[in-house]
Design a protein around this ligand. Structure first.
Ligand SMILES: Cc1ncc(COP(=O)(O)O)c(C=O)c1O
Length: 285
């Protein structure tokens, strides 16, 4: 059976799952989304993802046409229909079809789309040996222009930095904020370890409030690891003992080289391994 995609109340075969070319989600990137994972049939931190989706929608004056509870049911039912227990979920809410102008008041019917599929963002050896990344010259969106906490359909800011990374032979790239502080990577949050202390940019560094970031902070605190959410510079990254990235799709992935500089001794560090082990336990148990 073809993969079934949910669009606003109905299921369609993957090749027939289509929305209007007048949808402002396509015309302007006007909409919001979530990326989640399910493990053994259970969506990891589903409520947190739905809360963030609603917060993103509120920030852009988008009224989601169904309730949070109904959305949760849509996600679980779409997984079930497709027989996916361990997979990735992409939930999208577009502004809906409208006229060829920016005015969101001239649109109707926001579309709710739920795609469930399998994902392998990076090959296994990247998880074993760690990634090499570069710092992109493209800075993360200024919070006063468009808050990076909004998970909107407009990802051009991140895509420009991703292209820089790919052109340098790296699958991820570090983005700084307008102050030159470390923000996040193009699709992942960043963590550093220095002398046993775990550090990650605070929300006011202009980042997405990552759900995996939150889970890693919880795990670290439970394990008695000292944790700080703070402003960090590229210098802090270069002199870190360990660096890793977090995201729903990537999970936890080590970084062993940044801007050609080896991080620590250039291998995956013990705190990264410890946190990853625990993350696998809580998601896969
Ligand atoms: C820009 C950005 N930062 C961080 C993340 C990680 O967030 P989460 O752990 O909620 O997936 C993502 C994930 O899509 C992202 O796009």
């Amino acid at each position: 059976m073809a993969l079934q995609i949910y669009i606003s109340g109905k299921y369609y075969d993957k090749e027939n799952a289509k929305i209007s070319v007048y949808d402002h989600g396509l015309l302007y990137g006007d909409g919001v989304f979530e990326g989640m994972r399910s493990y053994s049939g259970k969506v990891f931190r589903l409520e947190e993802h739905l809360d963030r989706l609603w917060d993103s929608a509120k920030a852009i004056w988008l009224q989601i046409p169904i309730s949070k509870q109904e959305m949760g049911t849509v996600v679980n039912k779409t997984l079930e229909i497709n027989g996916i227990r361990d997979g990735y979920i992409r939930l999208i809410v577009t502004r809906g079809a409208g006229s060829l102008g920016l005015d969101p008041n001239r649109t109707s019917d926001p579309q709710v789309i739920c795609i469930t599929d399998h994902i392998a963002l990076y090959p296994p050896e990247f998880y074993e040996k760690g990634l090499e990344i570069i710092t992109a010259s493209t800075i993360r969106n200024h919070s006063a222009a468009l808050s990076p906490r909004i998970k909107s359909l407009n990802y051009l800011n991140n895509i420009m930095a991703k292209i820089e990374g790919l052109q340098a032979g790296c699958v991820e790239a570090l983005m700084l904020n307008a102050k030159g502080e470390v923000a996040e990577c193009t699709g992942d949050n960043i963590f550093l370890v220095k002398k046993g202390k775990l550090m990650t940019p605070s929300l006011d560094s202009g980042i997405l409030d990552g759900i995996t970031r939150g889970a890693v902070l919880d795990i670290a605190r439970e394990a008695g690891i000292e944790v700080a959410e703070m402003a960090l510079t590229k210098h802090d990254v270069y002199i870190a003992d360990e660096v890793f990235l977090t995201g729903s799709a990537a999970e936890i992935i080590p970084v062993v080289k940044v801007d050609s500089r080896p991080i620590g001794d250039g291998t995956v560090g013990p705190i990264t391994l410890k946190l990853t082990k625990r993350f696998h336990q809580i998601t896969r148990e």
